[in-house]
Design a protein. Structure first.
Length: 382
């Protein structure tokens, strides 16, 4: 009999929800916590509110603000050294996907007692698994990565000029505190919003469970399809308004990001995310921008394999075609194209080669994809 699993982090969602952090820490029996964040977010109101809530419950904390945008293995190694000195019993991530992913990986490497390369999937790493980690509470300050409800984290490998995803069941956050009152800069919100949209679209168009087998992802299921559809609808209706200061739209984007995270955290993602790791390794650009850069070409490529789903995406985005809907949102949000990122035809062989290394994602594509297909997708995206 066919079966599948569905994972999601417990969440508290609304306005001004950061204030419950301290009481949630007490429920976990926390005595000493490590707050993982970046320099800018570490000085922000949301971080001050989080610390105030921690202090109100008498929990000891250490703020580590060493996370950089699109963190590499060296950032993680610095965080692991700090964690070994701090010895926290709970980790708290405050920030966008970079901070949440960094906290997951610091937790993994600290408690797994191994080098980060031991956890990177084969063939680059050893693909080791760790069954249990310390609790992690995620407080996203951008609404798009979905990292607050997934078992995945992305890290850059400078020596290979690429990014990789590490997936561990134990890295699923214990709690996501999602606060719709947090407002990110427009450029950050734009990249995050496109990331959320592509999470939902890729999860929705993955090969169905029972037809594909990976070491973690199930392929699309009725549950992932339902959450993906609602996420696409919410993003289509709220993305641009949320960037322009509409508080209700921002909360809806926060909900959509969480739902898209539920969808892709179980079903998986395919070509756009595989390609984004190659693009992001070659050019220092936000993850959501890299993911969106091949979206139109990929939708046109897979349409013959999943025509009903691609048509449904168009309906949800209120567009004549899914590709047109994506293009419109990218233009309105000011998302740069591959040429604007400095990518040229000369880069395509390297991009194809590095994308092909992520077979664990490409296998989820509803249509077979190899070197020739990827080359055409990159060419159409220029």
């Amino acid at each position: 009999m066919l079966s599948f699993r569905f994972r999601a982090a417990k969440a508290i969602i609304g306005f001004d929800t950061v204030s419950v952090l301290g009481s949630e820490l007490k429920k976990l029996g926390a005595e000493r916590v490590m707050v993982v964040t970046g320099k800018n977010v570490g000085k922000s109101d949301v971080c001050r509110k989080a610390i105030k809530s921690i202090e109100a419950e008498g929990v000891e904390f250490v703020l580590w603000d060493g996370v950089k945008p699109e963190p590499d293995v060296y950032v993680i190694e610095e965080g692991v050294c700090a964690a070994k000195e701090i010895k926290p019993d709970v980790f708290i991530a405050v920030g966008g996907g970079s901070s949440i992913d960094a906290a997951k990986l610091i937790n993994l490497c600290t408690n797994g007692q191994a080098d980060i390369y031991d956890y990177i999937p084969e063939p680059i790493g050893k693909g080791k698994q760790v069954e249990k980690l310390k609790p992690l509470i995620a407080i996203p300050t951008t609404f798009g990565t979905g990292s607050e409800t997934t078992c995945a984290a992305v890290v850059k490998l400078p020596e290979l000029n690429m990014k990789v995803g590490i997936i561990q069941e134990s890295m699923l956050p214990s709690l996501a505190i999602i606060d719709g009152s947090i407002e990110a800069p427009k450029s950050v919100a734009a990249s995050a919003g496109m990331d959320a949209l592509m999470h939902a679209i890729e999860a929705y168009t993955c090969r169905p469970y029972g037809e594909v087998e990976t070491y973690f992802y199930s392929g699309s299921t009725p549950l992932s399809d339902a959450t993906a559809e609602k996420a696409i609808e919410l993003i289509g209706e709220n993305f641009i308004a949320s960037m322009n200061g509409n508080a209700t739209a921002r909360l809806n984007m926060a909900i959509a990001s969480y739902m898209a995270g539920m969808a892709f955290g179980n079903a998986g993602v395919h070509i756009p995310h595989a390609a984004s790791h190659a693009i992001g390794g070659l050019k220092h650009a936000p993850h959501g921008v890299c993911v969106a850069s091949t979206a139109r070409a990929v939708l046109e490529f897979i349409e013959s394999a999943v025509p009903e789903k691609v048509r449904r995406i168009a309906e949800l985005l209120k567009a004549d075609s899914a590709a047109e809907g994506i293009s419109r949102l990218m233009e309105e949000a000011g998302i740069p194209s591959l040429p604007e990122l400095g990518i040229s035809r000369d880069d395509i062989p390297e991009l194809v080669d590095k994308t092909l290394k992520l077979k664990r994602l490409l296998v989820l594509c509803p249509k077979p994809v190899g070197e020739t297909e990827l080359r055409k997708i990159f060419e159409k995206s220029l």
